[in-house]
Ligand binder design. Structure first.
Ligand code: FAD
Length: 465
């Protein structure tokens, strides 16, 4: 039972990785802590409960990571994917800190498993959570409870009263009832705004009705919007998001990792008019999987279809929804709702353009098309061996990039350039400081863990001084 007349040292808004890291760290530093999670208890944990790994710098092999992944290589990877849309001092600080957080995570009950290779080839760079993000989130909640963090579920922070960058009080709706919370410091860790379709509609129009949100329906960006409206400095491009090709039959929200499809490099992908629109074999899948959501978002009706034959079918991760299957390309088109003649023509033109080569699904091989627009640059083989398979694809939105500007103490920066006296941010809500564009698999959890720890420690220190 939470006493709303009490003034907490630290209020943490959110119930995902970034919030939990902040809450546990602040409590360990001796602060009284209240954590508000908008979701009810069975749905707690935000997008973090869907995760599997985080990206960790290391100078030598560890018990769960192979070889080495030094700071400069990590930084170089980040610089490349963001095209420079990052903050080097903050990024390097995060990278360096990623080398040292594992013991603390384990102390909180997080367990790791030997790294997995899978379709994204991450065994050297990423530590995998045993039991996935759900187990991680459960371990942090258990630790928070054991340490005496007060936790309120079904509690939405609606409005923070900011006075010259200082948070005075926080309006909350708790189990449907309005309440006011007072705290000396606040950590905003409420994720992105990808589940707020009306906000997304401002940039994407009615296309959003065809987007699928891969994670929590509670990431609506209410706190982000509230703070931006009151003079917090924005960071990141509001139109940018991380999006993958998802099975179109996935639920609108919370389908998680299993609804992603990795069939693209071994297929051709056509739009609803039966035409190809992008090079499916441009580069290795770990470097291309995150562009396909946006590509599909740009096609009419935000739908596409991945088409392959029997010899390609076993080359990618099995799908959670069975493939649509047929003995001829024309019949497959009919089953997918496409015009049979057009799809037959597209496949015939593609087949005619395929050049002889030595197929190797594990590297950039020499199997390509000639005189075809768009080309297929690798893994191009004729689609001619029945049965034929197809998957309908939608843009699967992982998270948005617009966030709050912060400094190295995780303090929120106001539009006049001054840091807030008592407002901190961690996780997706500030990830745009470091990840302004593109994506590096596992970096979301790294940012949330590192900045959650910093925000929790700084908020506790400030509150208790
Ligand atoms: C399917 C999927 C797989 C992913 N896999 C990985 C991976 O393996 N590795 C990786 O690094 N990243 C991965 N990501 C990205 C990763 O989930 C995020 O980077 C990370 O979880 C963000 O953590 P967070 O705590 O900032 O946000 P979230 O985990 O989304 O938490 C936000 C929390 O805030 C709460 N909240 C929102 N608004 C309010 C409010 N007004 N009041 C109170 N509470 C509120 C929500 O209920 C939620 O608990 C994945 C994402 C998805 C969708």
């Amino acid at each position: 039972m939470v006493d709303f007349s009490r003034t907490y040292d630290v209020l943490v808004i959110g119930g995902g990785n970034a919030a939990l890291c902040a809450a546990v760290t602040a409590r360990e530093a001796g602060a009284s802590v209240l954590l508000l999670e908008h979701a009810p208890k069975p749905m707690r944990g935000g997008n973090s409960r869907h995760t599997r790994n985080f990206r960790a710098m290391h100078e030598a092999p560890t018990n769960v990571l192979t070889e080495a992944y030094p700071e400069d290589e990590y930084w170089d990877d980040l610089r490349r994917v963001t095209g420079g849309a990052t903050d080097e001092p903050l990024a390097r600080m995060t990278i360096r800190a990623s080398a040292n957080v594992t013991p603390w995570m384990m102390q909180c009950g997080v367990r790791f498993q030997p790294s997995l290779t899978g379709t994204l080839s991450l065994s050297r760079t990423n530590s995998f959570f045993l039991g996935g993000g759900k187990a991680l989130v459960n371990a942090y909640f258990a630790t928070a409870e054991r340490l005496g963090v007060d936790i309120l579920y079904d509690a939405e922070a609606r409005s923070l009263t900011l006075d010259d960058g200082f948070v005075r009080e926080i309006g909350v709706v708790s189990k449907g009832f309005p309440e006011t919370v007072r705290a000396r410091c606040v950590v905003a860790a409420s994720g992105g705004f990808q589940a707020n379709l009306d906000w997304m509609r401002q940039y994407w129009g009615d296309a959003v009705d065809n987007f699928v949100i891969r994670g929590t329906p509670y990431a609506k960006g209410g706190v982000l919007k509230n703070l931006l409206d009151q003079g917090a400095m924005p960071v990141g491009d509001p139109t940018q998001f991380h999006a993958v090709a998802l099975d179109a039959r996935a639920p609108k929200f919370d389908g998680g990792i299993v609804t992603r499809l990795d069939s693209v490099p071994f297929s051709i992908v056509v739009n609803r008019n039966g035409a190809r629109f992008y090079d499916e074999g441009e580069d290795v899948w770990p470097k291309r999987y995150a562009i396909w959501g946006r590509l599909i978002a740009g096609e009419a009706g935000q739908i596409a279809y991945s088409i392959c034959d029997a010899k390609a079918f076993s080359l990618f991760m099995p799908s959670v929804f069975p493939a649509v299957r047929a003995d001829t390309v024309g019949e497959l088109a009919t089953r997918l709702g496409l015009d049979p003649t057009t799809l037959q023509d597209t496949v015939a033109q593609y087949n005619a353009a395929v050049q002889p080569g030595n197929f190797d699904g594990g590297k950039l091989d020499d199997c390509r098309t000639a005189n075809l627009e768009p080309p297929k640059s690798h893994w191009a083989r004729r689609i001619d061996e029945p049965p034929f398979y197809g998957y309908p694809l939608r843009p699967g939105i992982t998270f948005t990039y617009l966030g709050l500007k912060v400094n190295e103490q995780a303090r929120v920066i106001m539009q006049d350039g001054r840091p807030s006296a008592n407002l901190f941010a961690s996780g997706e809500i500030m990830a745009g400081n470091i990840l302004g564009r593109g994506y590096l698999a596992g970096f979301g959890m790294t940012i949330g863990t590192v900045f959650g720890r910093i925000a929790g420690a700084e908020a506790a220190r400030h509150a208790r001084n």
